[in-house]
Design a protein around this ligand. Sequence first.
Ligand SMILES: [Cu+2]
Length: 342
Amino acid sequence: MKNLLKFVVVFAITLNIYAQEKENLWTAGRPDGHAPISVMGDHYHGKNDVMFSYRFMRMNMETLVNGTSSITNAEAHDSGYMVTPLNMPMNMHMLGAMYGLSDRITLVAMAMYVENDMELQMRMPNGMINQFSTASSGFGDVKIGALYKILNKNRQSLHAQLNLSIPTGKIDAEDVTPMSNPNKIQLPYPMQIGSGTFDTDLAVTYLGQSDLVSWGSQLKTTIRFGENDDNYTLGNNYGLNSWFAVKTTDWLSFSGRIEGLITEKISGANPNLNPMMVTTADVNNSGGKYINSGVGFNVYIPKGTFKNVRFGFEYAYPIFQKPNGIQLKREETLTFGLQYSL
Ligand SMILES: [Cu+2]
């Protein structure tokens, strides 16, 4: 009888500790259990979990800036460029898959389809302005990688990510311009679909949550290796992204995000491009420093037929930008995403 009582007490204590530990784990099973939809590699999975995702991202760029000052197209022509861009919308469709190899390691794969459009103007020797547009599209670079859970306790979590980017996206996209008419000519750097080099993403992500709110921060770098077939390398990226979310109900959360981003200049130069023809063909007009802000929401379906379906939306806008040289000004970025876990 005494032994039975002892057993019950020990059993009850063990259960209680187990319950508390469960309580103290950071969990993805809530709307803000995923970061704002624009953040990649923000969460990992448990063993044998599978998740598929689709994201659509639309980014717009419009009007010229030279560093932090605005510059007119006429002034950019005066500085020696025959052609200058007016705007560039860019669409990206991203398909992702995640698989929990173990409770520590999640494998990830991502493919994307990119569509670029650019409107430009040419100043003729007689001073006349001629507007035209170019477009490019195609499948981009494929990324494969893994997330490694470092710890999960006290409702805080830390994980690392390593991605390898394989140069499957083309770097020789062509279109017809007034200068090349009727032939097609290779388009400048921003209109290309892939990087042309093997790249790696390295990231460390910290997450925390309480009953009502959650927060996270991700330090991320993209490092590119070697030189592509057109003798150039896109700049490395360094970013620190932080967010905060309020869980209003079991299925809805709202988020705010702020991100500092540094992109280095392109190194090398594509010998097929004439840097004085158009600002986008001059590597001095590439890379820069940005501070982006974003607001969004996540919807998570916790039960029923559509259990584990998520929808996320984010509107992002740069609050500071200092591109190197003359470039189009970054405007809003819209991101929509659907995620489904099995
Ligand atoms: Cu996932």
